[in-house]
Design a protein around this ligand. Sequence first.
Ligand SMILES: C[S@@+](CC[C@H](N)C(=O)[O-])C[C@H]1O[C@@H](n2cnc3c(N)ncnc32)[C@H](O)[C@@H]1O
Length: 367
Amino acid sequence: MAVNLTVEQLKMKELISKTDSQQLYPFPSTRFQGSKYKITNWIWENVKDLEFNTVLDAFGGTGSVSHLFKNKGKQVTYNDILKFNFTIGKALIENNHEQLSKEEVDFIITKHNQLNYPTFIQDTFHNVFYLDEENQWLDYVVTNIKKLDNEYKQAIAWFALFQACIIKRPYNLFHRANLYVRTADVKRGFGNKTTWDKPFEEHFINFVKEANKAVFSNGTSCKSISYNALDVPNVEKYDLVYIDTPYISAKGVGTDYLDFYHFLEGMLDYDQWKERILEKYKHLPIEGRGTNEWTKKNKIYNAFDELFNKYSNSTLVVSYRSDGIPSEKEIIELLKKYKNNVIEVHSKDYQYALAHKKSSEILFIAK
Ligand SMILES: C[S@@+](CC[C@H](N)C(=O)[O-])C[C@H]1O[C@@H](n2cnc3c(N)ncnc32)[C@H](O)[C@@H]1O
C-alpha cells in the first residue's frame, strides 16, 4: 500500500530504524493489573514484520502497548471501556505536545484559600482506602485539576493522580476496604509500607515527570476512544487490532476492572460520584460492578467469538496467558473460524504481580 509520509513521520522512521527494539520515549512506570509494559519489547519483536500502519488497541489499559506502537510510528487508536483509562489514553497517546509545567503542578497541589473546596472524599471514604488528611488532599487536588483549561494537561494531571492513588494502596487495588493492612502495627513480610506512607504529593510530582517524558508526536494522528470493544465503530480502518482482554483464571475467577479501580472512575466523575456509589459494599464501588462479559466464564467464549468476528478483516494480535479460560486450544479454534493463518508464540516465563505460580505469556497472531 503506498502511503505519503509527513516530514515528522519520515524523521520518526529514521530514528526508529536506529533504535531497533528500544522505545525512543519511555513509558511511565505503573502497577496497573495486567499491564504489558514490561514485555512490550518482546511484543514488538513478534509483530514488527507484519505489514500495518493503523492499529487499534481494543483493551488499552495503561496504554503501554499503544505507546509502543506510537513509538514505532504507527497511527494508533487507543480504546478502553473505563473513562479513567480513556483519560490516560488522552494524556499519553492522543497528546502530541502538551506537558505540565512546574507552575501548573504547584497550582494543582496547593490548597488555595480563596477556593471553597468540597469534602466528598473525606466525608465518604473515612477509614476505607486512605488516611483522613490524604482524603482531604484528594478533595482539593481533584478540584484544582478540574480548573485546568487544557484537556491534555488535565489528562496528564489525572494520570499522575491515578498512579499515585494506585501505588499507595495495598495490593494496588480498591477491591477491599482495607486501610488497616497499611496502618496495623504488625511485622510485615510483604507489601511496601514506605511507598504507601510516602506523601501523595511526592508520588504525584514523580508521575507528572514520567508522563511529561512520554509525550511526543510521531507525525500521525493518534486517538483515544472509550467503547465496549464489541461496539467500536469504523473497524474497517484498522490494519491490525491488538487484543488484551481481562483474564479469567483456570478456577474461573475473572478480573473486574471496574471493581478493582472504581475509586479512580469515581474521582473523574466527582460531581456525580455520590449517585453512582453502591453503599451496601464496604469498599463503596460504583454501579456496573460485575456486569462485564469478560469477567464471566459462561459468557467469555461467546465474547471472544463475537470479538474475532467483528475484527476479522484486520490482522489480530492477541495477548494471552497459558492458564486462562478459554484454554489456548480453544482460542486457536475460535481464531481459525475467521482467519486462515494462526501462529502461537510463547514468551519466557512472565510473572504477574499477584500470581503465586508462574504462567507463561502468549501471543496469538492471526492473519
Ligand atoms: C488486561 S487489561 C489491558 C492491559 C493493557 N494491554 C496494558 O498494557 O496496560 C484489560 C483492559 O480492558 C478494559 N476492558 C474491560 N472490559 C472491556 C470492554 N468490554 N471493552 C473495552 N475495554 C474493556 C479494562 O478496563 C482493562 O483496562
